[in-house]
Design a protein around this ligand. Sequence first.
Ligand SMILES: C[S@@+](CC[C@H](N)C(=O)[O-])C[C@H]1O[C@@H](n2cnc3c(N)ncnc32)[C@H](O)[C@@H]1O
Length: 554
Amino acid sequence: MSWQTFRVSSCGTHHIKEQGQPAYEARFDEVLKFHAPGLAPVQRGGEAWHVRCDGTPAYRRRFRRTFGFYEGLAAVEGPDGAHHIGAEGQDAYSEKYDWCGNFQQGRCTVRNKDNTYHHITREGVAAYSARWCYAGDYRDGIAVVQAACGHSTHVDLNGILLHGVWFVDLDIFHKGYARARDDEGWMHVNLQGRPAYRRRFQAVEPFYNGQARVERFDGALEVIDESGTTLVELRPARQSEFASLSRDMVGFWRTQTIGTAVSLGVIEALPATRQAVADRCNLSTDGTQRLLRALGELGLAVQDGEYWKLTMRGGLLRADHSLTLADAAIEYAGPLSTMWRGLPDALRKNTNWTAPDVFGEVGRDEKRRVGHHRMLRSYARHDYTEVCLALGLTGDEHIIDAGGGVGVLAQLILSAHPNAEVTVLERAEVVAMANAVTPGLRWRSGNLFEPWEIEGDAVLLSRVLHDWDDLDAIRILTHARASLPAGGRIYIVEMLVPEESVAGALCDLHLLMATGGRERSSEQIGELLLAAGFELSTVRRLPALPSVAVGVAL
Ligand SMILES: C[S@@+](CC[C@H](N)C(=O)[O-])C[C@H]1O[C@@H](n2cnc3c(N)ncnc32)[C@H](O)[C@@H]1O
């Protein structure tokens, strides 16, 4: 009997032959397709097993659920978890998982009891030691894995990162290209993780004989080739460029609404009725209603009967949130908005414009200093969770964390490497304010632009170089070099902008206006390092915004 031609009947209770006649007499609650070696999953009365092509059981065991055979093994679910069985119903291995996928290319995705995912071999052994937030099936020896922060990358059959580039969303390769999404939108990337073209889209389909259908952000549908060039327009734009440009131009409405809601105390007053918010914050009833409705439009608050309450997103603006953005909201709506007004002057030829001394301003104003460093703390807590691993420390180094703020990264390093020593070199008023006390953590007041008078095995500059122009950045790096022996390492942790796309360009303008600094590519960082006596050795792209550029002292 040729089970290859069997189909599931329309009622789903049995299989039928090519001409539509039943393949056997038995009936089940549900059956699934036949797979090699000629077995199909069936279910009846809460029990599941596999049947041969004559409808008889392939073995005596019963499970809660059974799935199709792939590469000779089938996933089954029993009372103690999920695993794989062979064609005789025998266990393929002893381990039990929370969930099992199907074998493809000798690998299978499984979910552990702690909700992490990884791939196993046919022997039920982990194919590598990493555990992921999600892991997809292999195709052509490559799978997509998702890190805890939500970003995804490609790994090979041994779990080794294929290109080390992380994306907001990612698909498996199809004819040499994978669909990938970064902060700008969807695109196609090649096996090196590099975008095939500069454009970004609302959605893209896989390439089909060199062409792919894509949806633009304005809703238009088109077909592009592998260089991103439009070949055919299939549907015109739904949303006009006029409307989308208008929305971008009033971005400051959002900045000011959020900053105002925080500074007036409205965020802290919720949940409450409109009148209670008005009374507590000393606002007019009409004004309160209008502000609450605007917070609603921004997805920060919702009305529930008489009450207004914060959404999960709005909760990030509360002062007691561990990642609070309350201080950032006030900084962006206040001093930073004022600084941005100087943009035309900053861009002019032969300009008299000079960058503000933001660290001096913050240092002189105690209230702003506390808020400013709480803001930096939130960004560090959010962005630096994966940095420690990427540093590749041996664990017994003395690291100088220059411009280390209130020590968030220093503490992350020390909890990962309790035998390491980290000295945070900071402005005196920041050292006086920082209250972190951790074994191995030392504080040192000093100036990045004067000799550091301290020696270490490695220097860490996290979000420091991007605050300065090239000359100042080289001055800082030169002092770093003087603190290290030949062969000592320097870790530059900040956003590295890709040379081939415009990603990070608004952040770059922000740095110009806030500190006179700039975002740089890894090539530009390499040039600065060389000018100060270092050689760029590796660049590690992380799931979060910052990357790690590693330099070695020459
Ligand atoms: C953007 S923050 C980065 C803080 C921290 N490394 C992080 O990644 O969150 C820059 C830091 O450099 C410090 N800084 C600025 N100028 C400095 C100077 N001349 N000497 C020492 N530290 C300085 C600031 O106080 C601030 O904490």
